[in-house]
Design a protein around this ligand. Structure first.
Ligand code: NDP
Ligand code: 2IT
Length: 444
């Protein structure tokens, strides 16, 4: 049996009932076949066995009191996956679907993504099965305070720096930061995605969505295409989807659809960004509210129907495995020629196969959505300097980083015999830096 197959077999055996984790590991390991051929020393040093095992996994009780005075108990997680190239870094997800397997898959992906940014950050992820939907501000605050009352002992600006992800945005980062500061009596860069008034970087809110568009723009430009006059479908209507919408419009494309877990909206005239921003960020309401302000738009129940809308470019920006084989086939049949993953692992392996087989230009998540964490690393730099760059300075650096990630991924794909396959290219380029660091640092 090959080295890769035996490591994969062991991963499935040692981590039962964690299908998302298996899926993420399998994709990366399969991409690494040409690397293992070139570097037999990796096997001798047990590099892959070490890489697939998180350095540390923390699970904890999060008790809090709801508005009715009832005690609620959630489960908290922090998986500190790999610190070979820098302090642990990665978001926190609050969603009822969260369990250890989800956090492990996200921490594993984060390790390679962070490596691709070229910045000194290791990989981690955390979160809770807490559902912020329908909770009052006070409930969210009490939950965040309880969560941080345990998490604080495991993190620090040179140890582990959490940020946002699904269900965790500026409001939650504020409550988490306030509690950390109170317990530690230290105003330090322990979280990113902070408010600009208290150490947050300008452009961090926009960074993942903008970065996704910068990456896709590089990828399609290399093939003589552009966003100009392209019809674009974006799934989700959270932080990533909203700012991807804004940037697509700035680049001359027309976004015609957005969604949430209940359904999707279709506006043939092009989505009105200001309406979406108001509904999602100010009112915190559902995407179906959009049709009240824009009666020419339609709302349809069920979120996967969005992939049946005819488009040139599709940007899945909601969640893992939201785009399966049949949805991919529908996109291809309708003439879609580029896909950029804003969410983490939104396409199933079968969907990716459909895209690659049909020569759809495909931008994989760990490269395409790295702009968020890259800007988090820029926030860490600014905190260390006790200084703040302007929006334009940060945005300019973000653009440069995304172009560089595209170059690295496409060069690695070519060098290892898979020209134009950015899945393989991103996995290899992300892996090599982490692998080199791990080898240099001994058996740790
Ligand atoms: P938000 O919480 O702001 O938004 C999430 C969006 O996705 C919402 O519209 C939500 O709908 C939808 N969604 C979530 N879960 C599901 C589900 N199970 N089925 C269908 N729709 C769902 O999160 P973000 O925008 O921050 O994150 C979106 C994706 O991007 C995630 O995969 C995240 O890991 C990834 N990402 C985020 C980064 C960031 O900086 N924020 C950086 C890199 C990647 P509803 O309201 O109905 O739940
Ligand atoms: O998946 C991701 O890259 C994020 N949720 C952002 C992590 C971060 O530390 O900014």
């Amino acid at each position: 049996m090959s080295y890769i197959s035996s490591v994969m077999e062991e991963v499935v055996k040692r981590n039962p009932n964690e299908p998302e984790f298996h899926q993420a590991v399998k994709e990366v390991l399969e991409s690494l076949a040409p690397v293992m051929e070139k570097h037999p020393e990796f096997e001798k040093l047990g590099l892959l066995e070490r890489l697939v095992e998180p350095e540390r996994q923390i699970m904890f009780r999060v008790p809090w009191v709801d508005d009715n005075g009832k005690v609620q108990v959630n489960r908290g997680f922090r998986v500190q996956y790999n610190s070979a190239i820098g302090p642990y870094k990665g978001g926190l997800r609050f969603h009822p679907s969260v369990y250890l397997g989800i956090i492990k898959f996200l921490g594993f992906e984060q390790t390679f993504k962070n490596s691709l940014t070229g910045l000194p950050i290791g990989g981690a992820k955390g979160g809770s099965d807490f559902d912020p939907k329908g909770k009052s501000d006070e409930e969210v605050m009490r939950f965040c305070q309880s969560f941080m009352t345990e998490l604080y002992r495991h993190i620090g600006p040179d140890t582990d720096v959490p940020a946002g992800d699904i269900g965790v945005g500026g409001r939650e980062i504020g409550y988490l930061y306030g509690q950390y500061k109170k317990i530690r009596n230290a105003f330090e860069g322990v979280l990113t995605g902070k408010g600009p008034a208290w150490g947050g970087s300008l452009a961090r809110t926009e960074a993942t969505g903008y970065g996704l568009c910068y990456f896709v723009d590089e990828m399609i430009k290399a093939k003589g295409k552009s966003f100009k006059d392209a019809t674009v479908v974006i799934s989700g209507s959270g932080n990533v989807a909203v700012y991807a919408t804004q940037k697509v419009q700035e680049l001359g494309g027309k976004v015609v659809a957005l969604s949430d877990s209940n359904g999707y909206i279709y506006d043939p005239n092009g989505i009105n960004f200001d309406t979406v921003k108001r509904i999602k960020e100010v009112e915190r309401k559902r995407i179906k509210e959009y049709v009240t302000a824009h009666p020419q738009a339609e709302y349809t129940e069920g979120s996967t129907g969005i992939w049946g809308i005819k488009c040139d470019i599709a940007l899945p920006c909601a969640t893992q495995n939201e785009l399966d084989e049949s949805s991919a086939q529908k996109l291809v049949d309708n003439g879609c020629w580029a896909v950029g993953e804003g969410a983490n692992m939104p396409s199933t392996p079968e969907a990716i196969e459909v895209f690659l087989k049909n020569k759809v230009l495909f931008a994989p998540a760990k490269a395409a959505n790295a702009g968020g964490v890259a800007t988090s690393a820029l926030e860490m730099s600014q905190n260390s300097m006790r200084y703040a760059w302007t929006f334009e300075e940060v945005d300019g650096k973000l653009k440069g980083i995304m172009a560089d990630i595209y170059k690295k991924a496409s060069a690695a794909a070519k060098e290892y015999g898979h020209e134009d396959n950015l899945v393989v290219g991103a996995n290899i380029a992300g892996f090599l830096k982490v692998a080199t660091a791990m080898l240099n640092q001994g058996i740790i």
